[in-house]
Design a binder for this molecule. Structure first.
Ligand SMILES: Nc1ncnc2c1ncn2[C@@H]1O[C@H](COP(=O)(O)OP(=O)(O)OP(=O)(O)O)[C@@H](O)[C@H]1O
Ligand SMILES: Cc1ncc(C[n+]2csc(CCOP(=O)(O)O)c2C)c(N)n1
Ligand SMILES: [Mg+2]
Ligand SMILES: [Mg+2]
Ligand SMILES: [Mg+2]
Length: 323
């Protein structure tokens, strides 16, 4: 298969583009109908760094990379609309596997309501990598900088599952088979919180961030950008039940997974009390549970209360250049 046949094989898997795509895949650029404020983001996924051939199948690689990129649109309170996918392919990857990445890309595009409008495919002598650019519509963007003293600090869903699932995939098996399967699935198939993010924007959440590098890291981002102190209760952090079971079996603190693991792609944010009450109601409607874990105060930094003691939570988390 040459480059053009490969592109044709990719496109054949994609759902048809939306009505807002005026010029679809096949020309020098796609042309889309904007007509609103747009959020733009890029995230890369690199073999050996974000996935390995033995941690994820090709469709899972595609789905997960799409979810990670779209999660940043959700974290702005936007609706993903258009996506481009760049792919660098080493000779060691069989063609069928490369094309199968698009099974995941296509499934994700459909699930997230976005059109894949273009991309690029090149060869490389290095590992396989992909870079996904997502553009979304966002009426009222929620930045990291809007948290105000008195706001409630909350997170969606539960945390720690992705990192525990990765530990299992990398060979540290422990706990029941069913829990292990749940955690592995959590790592391979994150769910960006698009509908909740949109509702958070509509109802007036003050800050929002998606959890890619770990809760501790994202909390520090919000505290710094907003110029506030964030205080949270360690025992209110929602930890996936299977993580608690797994962490005990391997002799680790489950909270470590939630705070420093990353790749859960849940949202962490702040909202005034009245807005938080409305978010709780809407969370039930869109099927995304939320938990209040603390509050915003004057000052700086991130502080956790656990067993009656306060401790500063540093920005530790996943960092590409500190390993
Ligand atoms: N190579 C780059 N050139 C320009 N801006 C960049 C580059 N890399 C990152 N940024 C910008 O820096 C900011 C922080 O990026 P970062 O990747 O930490 O955010 P994120 O996507 O939310 O996190 P993650 O990559 O963990 O998902 C973003 O505004 C991003 O667009
Ligand atoms: C094989 C393998 N080893 C390690 C990890 C863990 N990991 C990689 S990148 C990242 C943070 C988010 O990335 P980014 O900041 O680039 O969005 C994390 C927690 C993995 N997923 N697979
Ligand atoms: Mg990024
Ligand atoms: Mg982000
Ligand atoms: Mg990101």
């Amino acid at each position: 298969m040459d480059e053009f046949a490969l592109i044709r094989a990719f496109v054949a898997k994609l759902p048809p583009p939306g009505a807002d795509v005026l010029v679809p895949i096949g020309d020098d650029c796609a042309v889309v109908e904007g007509g609103s404020r747009l959020a733009v983001t890029t995230d890369a996924a690199v073999e050996g760094v974000h996935f390995r051939r033995d941690t994820m199948s090709p469709p899972q690689v595609g789905y997960r990379a799409m979810a990670a990129a779209v999660s940043d649109i959700a974290a702005m309170g936007g609706q993903p609309a258009w996506i481009t996918v760049a792919l660098a392919v080493p000779p060691s990857w069989p063609e069928d596997d490369v094309v199968a990445i698009y099974d995941g890309v296509a499934e994700a595009a459909g699930a997230f309501g976005a059109s894949v409008v273009g991309g690029d495919v090149v060869s490389t002598q290095g590992p396989l990598w992909m870079s996904i650019t997502a553009v979304g519509r966002v009426e009222r963007p929620i930045t990291r900088a809007g948290a105000r003293p008195g706001d409630v600090l909350f997170v969606t869903g539960n945390l720690g599952g992705s990192a525990a699932g990765l530990d299992i995939l990398l060979g540290r098996r422990a706990g029941s088979a069913i829990s292990q399967a749940v955690l592995v699935e959590r790592h391979r198939r994150p769910t960006p919180r698009i509908a909740f993010g949109r509702e958070a924007a509509r109802l007036g959440a003050t800050a929002l961030d998606d959890i890619s590098d770990g809760l501790a890291s994202e909390l520090n981002e919000i505290a710094e950008a907003s110029g506030v102190r964030l205080l949270f209760e360690g025992d209110r952090v929602p930890i996936q039940p299977e993580v608690t079971e797994y962490a005990r079996a391997v002799g680790k603190d489950p909270l470590e997974y939630a705070l420093f693991g990353g790749e859960d792609y849940e949202l962490v944010g702040t909202a005034p009390r009245d807005v938080f009450a409305r978010l709780l109601a809407v969370a039930a409607v869109v099927g995304t549970p939320i938990t209040a874990i603390g509050r915003v105060e004057e000052g700086d930094g991130v502080v956790m209360r656990r067993d009656g003691k306060l401790s500063v939570v540093a920005r530790r988390g996943y960092n590409h250049f500190e390993r």
